[in-house]
Design a binder for this molecule. Structure first.
Ligand code: PEP
Length: 246
């Protein structure tokens, strides 16, 4: 059987400044040894990607963007294309984060197109899915996840094999509420079943939503949880490293 390497991705969101970034990145580089067997990636705001790439060079820690355009080039003011990112060695991109879906009206179809654009430039898209609290309370979790994944899975096995999926229940993002390991596992197993049906069971599925050093191990103990997408706790080097070491 293929082994799915553990992966922990930090999403800085719209946080950072050059001096604090430098402290954080230096801390990550110094401590990366504690997290052997775990791949680490930092997703920073666009203006800081150059700094991140420079500081992480040679550390083994990857870096990526928090969004990517579905367009290749042209009159799309404010957008950043996959080829521009790969021009600078970017290897990862978050797509369809719930904050982009809710504040920027990103649809399931657009998210799939962004994933395809990333793949076209050799960038690994981390496709985020997750239900809102109202949807969860209405028992619609599986229906929502299936709908969000549908256009992504429609890209075909060859493409899907190269991406990563992050399950982030919206009610758990930045709220301090974490899904229980069993709640998360149940959704991960549901996603895994669809990947298996497509013949790509080895695709990694990350959990996201208030992951901290104190709850990471119990989440990572579940059979279909392959790592984490971490927001708040990725802004402190020691905390992020402890998650990756879990
Ligand atoms: C996220 O931004 O993807 C996230 C999971 O945030 P937090 O860890 O802060 O809940």
């Amino acid at each position: 059987a293929l082994i799915r390497k553990r992966l922990v991705i930090g999403n800085w969101k719209m946080h950072g400044a050059r001096p604090t970034n430098a402290t954080l990145l230096t801390g990550l580089c110094a401590g990366v040894g504690v997290a052997h067997n775990c791949e680490m990636v930092v997703c920073a705001p666009f203006p800081y990607l150059g700094q991140v790439s420079g500081c992480l060079h040679g550390s083994g820690i990857g870096w990526g963007s928090q969004d990517i355009s579905k367009h290749q080039q042209g009159a799309y003011t404010g957008e950043v294309s996959a080829s521009m990112l790969s021009d600078f060695g970017c290897q990862w991109a978050l797509v369809g984060h719930s904050e982009r879906r809710s504040f920027h009206c990103e649809t399931d179809q657009l998210v799939a197109e962004k994933a395809a654009a990333a793949l076209g430039a050799g960038i690994t898209p981390v496709v985020c899915v997750g239900e809102t609290q109202a949807e969860q309370e209405a028992g619609l979790t599986q229906e929502v996840i299936r709908r969000q994944l549908q256009p992504v899975l429609a890209l075909g096995a060859e493409s899907v094999a190269k991406l990563v999926i992050a399950y982030e229940p919206v009610w758990a993002i930045g709220t301090g509420l974490t899904a229980t390991p069993q709640q998360a596992q149940d959704v991960h197993a549901f996603i895994r079943a669809q990947l298996t049906e497509l013949n790509v069971p080895q695709v990694r599925i990350l959990y996201g939503g208030s992951v901290k050093a104190s709850n990471a191990s119990s989440l990572f103990a579940m059979s279909d949880i392959d790592g984490a997408l971490v927001g708040g706790a990725s802004l402190v080097a020691e905390e992020f490293l402890r998650i990756a070491a879990s």
